[in-house]
Write a protein that binds this ligand. Structure first.
Ligand code: 5GP
Length: 187
């Protein structure tokens, strides 16, 4: 497919970034879009991994310059997709893959109707809560806000092209692979 876009969407903590990392290892045709954020770096993160970390001021300046094809406020921080990365990937004949929230997926889909959105859902809200705490190594200050947002997001899952439940990583990844293979004509 020309100018392909694969979006892993779903609540924060559902496992999107783990699937994205695995898919990047398995498919050389995929181009990892590194998005920008104003949130603070977590332990183990660095510039470009998994985000470009910007001050709010810089981010707002880039919005003014139309640098982002899409941007959104998620849990009080700004996140945005640099448009230039999509064109770079496509010029190299690659398919872009990215991990963004629902607002972002909806915006991208309206701008690029070929976008294929895979909604990753946690097996339950309790499982999501455990995963978020484990990932952060502590109870994040905004945990309840995230859970509220997750509930709303999960109610919108059927608006997307595919829904997969991340109860078992291997099983869920097999489903994601099949969707990627079919959409890129690799099967
Ligand atoms: P986290 O800060 O936990 O890495 O990510 C929080 C949420 O922001 C996740 O759901 C992630 O998918 C989403 N996100 C990351 N980058 C972008 C982006 O560029 N745009 C939008 N709309 N959401 C993003």
């Amino acid at each position: 497919m020309k100018n392909a876009i694969i979006i892993l969407v779903g609540p924060s903590g559902a496992g999107k970034s783990t699937f994205l990392d695995q898919a990047l290892k398995d498919y050389s045709i995929l181009y990892d879009v590194i998005t920008c954020t104003t949130r603070a770096q977590r332990k183990g993160e660095s510039e470009g991994n998994p985000y470009f970390f910007l001050s709010r001021e810089k981010f707002l300046e880039l919005i003014e310059k139309d640098y982002f094809i899409e941007w959104a406020e998620v849990h009080g921080n700004l996140y945005g997709v640099p448009e230039e990365q999509l064109h770079k990937a496509w010029a190299e004949g690659k398919a872009v893959i990215m991990d963004i929230d629902i607002q972002g997926a909806q915006t991208l889909r309206s701008k690029y109707p070929q976008s294929l959105c895979i909604f990753i859902t946690p097996p339950s809200l309790d499982a999501l809560r455990d995963r978020v705490i484990r990932r952060e190594g502590q109870v994040p200050k905004d945990l309840e806000l995230r859970m509220e947002n997750a509930k709303k997001e999960m109610a919108m899952a059927d608006q997307f092209d595919f829904q997969v439940v991340n109860a078992d990583f291997q099983q869920c990844y097999r489903e994601i692979k099949k969707i990627i293979d079919d959409s890129l004509g690799l099967s």
